[in-house]
Write a protein that binds this ligand. Structure first.
Ligand SMILES: [Zn+2]
Length: 167
């Protein structure tokens, strides 16, 4: 039986689910498990083919990873503005310490942040990686964060390591 098509499953395909098992079949017939950037590059170059087992409750199906663009966007190998809401540019950031921030000794402080460049934060990890690169911020990527939209736009609340803010 031919494997099913991941492309046909579209956005529903669980590319990043921890239990999705990737199989790479190399040109020479070798079979390896797991797939990240190097596997993507080999598949793109036609040196291997990628498959994945999508585990189900009653049965698991084998899929051909036939949409490599979608695979790469899902894994953050290529930047995906549509998925993250974030352009691949230096963001125009306005921020201030949250007014209710009271403990002067806590490692992390809350900040209110607005994006004047028109981006929106749909993927906190991607935004945190961009802020680390652009401003040296050490943003928390676990725990709560806030998003409030009013007539002036959207204000986000993030936790950022205090020392990384002042540097
Ligand atoms: Zn932006």
């Amino acid at each position: 039986m031919e494997p099913r098509s991941a492309a046909a499953a579209g956005k529903d395909f669980p590319y990043t689910l921890g239990t999705t098992c990737y199989i790479e079949v190399h040109k020479d017939g070798r079979v390896t498990q797991g797939a990240r950037t190097d596997a993507y590059q080999r598949a793109l170059a036609g040196e291997s083919r990628l498959f994945a087992v999508w585990p189900g409750q009653w049965r698991s199906d084998l899929f051909a990873i036939d949409d490599l663009d979608e695979f790469a966007r899902a894994h953050g190998i290529v930047h995906d503005e549509g998925r993250t809401g974030l352009a691949d540019h230096v963001h125009d950031v306005e921020w201030a310490l949250t007014a209710r921030e009271s403990n002067p000794r806590s490692q992390y402080v809350s900040i209110d942040l607005r994006l004047a460049c028109g981006c929106s934060v749909n993927a906190r990890r991607t935004f945190a990686a961009q802020m680390r690169e652009q401003r040296g911020w050490d943003m928390a990527v676990t725990g709560g964060w806030g998003r409030q939209t009013d007539e002036n736009g959207t204000t986000y609340t993030f936790r950022v390591r205090r020392r990384s803010l002042s540097s």
